[in-house]
Design a protein around this ligand. Structure first.
Ligand code: UDP
Length: 376
């Protein structure tokens, strides 16, 4: 590959890399090379069609686009339209199905009562323990918020499976991601806009990268061509930050997912796109059923596709999610300080920043970094 005279190289073709490439080509009118380790673009948002059922699925877990940021919404709509899908999640506990996040329907079904919203606080108070003590971790915050029985049924086992950690050792911030509702609202997100791209996620990436000034090279390990690069090439790297520096301060830990695909000879397997499984004794965290993401499509009425999701700790082979603990945060700080010293280097994105960005946050970050560090 000829990298002579190359001004920009982008590592990774997920949202961060693809948005950055689009901006460099369209705004700066400069040539840019995007290298991607995998055999496809789109990062973990990649979607593809299952040949046997014809159903489009998200290879790395269900992705629901949602945002309240107008700039991001306007930007992404140049590359796709969205369907009218609204995300709802259910959870199975002891063979019964409840709504998630916990809402009034969950509480009433679980305790077999018929509370009104204004009665919920008094009802749960007896299960919450001593509220005058400041909570120190995920478990204590959860019990103070929803009481012990709901915590033990819906949160404790699921969290242990998902993070491979006792909730007593986890930060309160993770629990706070999950809203608790005293009404019957069942929408998972409160974002102003949400949906699934009408033609799937991969199409967005094809459009972002489809430009005569953008070259995309798949199946390419950046670290093998790093030595060929001239000092004048700006490196925009969206891979794991510790890998870039050859793990000089030690390895970050991540959470990764494994998936088990299954086809069933029925039209509809579980009636919804995501079903969580709350108990620790069930090894997977959730089952995705991809057909429900596209209610506007007419899929086969004889077959459906489900994907079981398993969570485990990873040491950089297949990093998906950062782990919010003190040790990893300290390591990231050291690596970021090193990155700041290099003038022709930008390290960003979920793996580069080691931050749990949703898709809209990643796009926003790319747009901002382009303006602040590439354009000016
Ligand atoms: N959670 C849970 N039970 C559920 C769903 C979520 O205990 O059925 C907990 C879990 O610890 C999770 C956190 O709530 O990490 C935040 O949920 P969110 O939906 O943000 O998780 P995500 O899958 O997006 O990480």
């Amino acid at each position: 590959m000829n990298t002579k005279g190359l001004k920009y190289i982008i590592v990774g073709a997920g949202f961060f890399g693809a948005v950055m490439a689009e901006r460099i080509a369209n705004v700066l009118k400069e040539r840019v090379l995007v290298v991607e380790k995998r055999n496809h673009i789109g990062g973990n948002c990649y979607s593809t069609i299952d040949e046997k059922t014809g159903i489009e699925y998200h290879k790395y877990g269900t992705h629901i686009f949602h945002t309240s940021n107008e700039e991001v919404w306007r930007y992404i709509n140049q590359f796709t339209q969205f369907n009218s899908y609204r995300h709802q999640v259910l959870t199975t506990y002891q063979n019964r199905v409840y709504q998630m996040p916990i809402n009034l329907e969950t509480i009433n079904s679980f305790f077999e009562v018929n509370l009104k919203p204004f009665e919920v606080n008094d009802f749960l108070a007896k299960y919450k323990g001593d509220l005058s003590v400041e909570p120190n971790n995920f478990e204590e915050a959860a019990i103070q918020s929803i009481g012990k029985p709901l915590y033990e049924a819906f949160i404790k086992g699921y969290t242990k499976k998902q993070w491979q950690k006792d909730p007593k050792e986890m930060p309160i911030s993770v629990f706070k991601r999950l809203p608790i509702r005293k009404n019957y609202e069942e929408s998972y997100y409160y974002s102003r806009w949400q949906g699934i791209p009408l033609e799937g996620y991969t199409k967005i990436f094809e459009r972002l990268l489809n430009h005569k000034l953008i070259d995309v090279q798949l199946n390419t390990d950046f670290f093998e061509l790093r030595k060929q690069l001239s000092k004048n090439t700006k490196v925009i790297y969206s891979g794991p930050i510790d890998r870039y520096f050859d793990y000089c301060f030690g390895k970050l830990t991540w959470r990764t997912l494994d998936f088990e695909f299954q086809r069933h000879e029925v039209e509809d397997f579980q009636g919804t796109s995501v079903m969580n499984y709350a108990e620790e004794s069930i090894p997977y965290t959730r089952i995705h059923e991809s057909r429900h993401l596209h209610p506007e499509r007419s899929y086969s009425d004889r077959q459906t596709l489900t994907i079981k999701e398993f969570s485990r700790i990873d040491h950089g082979e297949q990093p998906f999610y950062p782990i919010p603990d003190e040790q990893n945060q300290q390591l990231v700080k050291q690596y970021r300080a090193l990155a700041e010293q290099k003038s022709n280097l930008i390290i960003c994105g979920r793996l580069g920043d080691y931050k749990y960005y949703d898709m809209d946050k990643t796009i926003k970050r790319a747009l901002e970094v382009f303006e602040e560090k590439v354009r000016h």
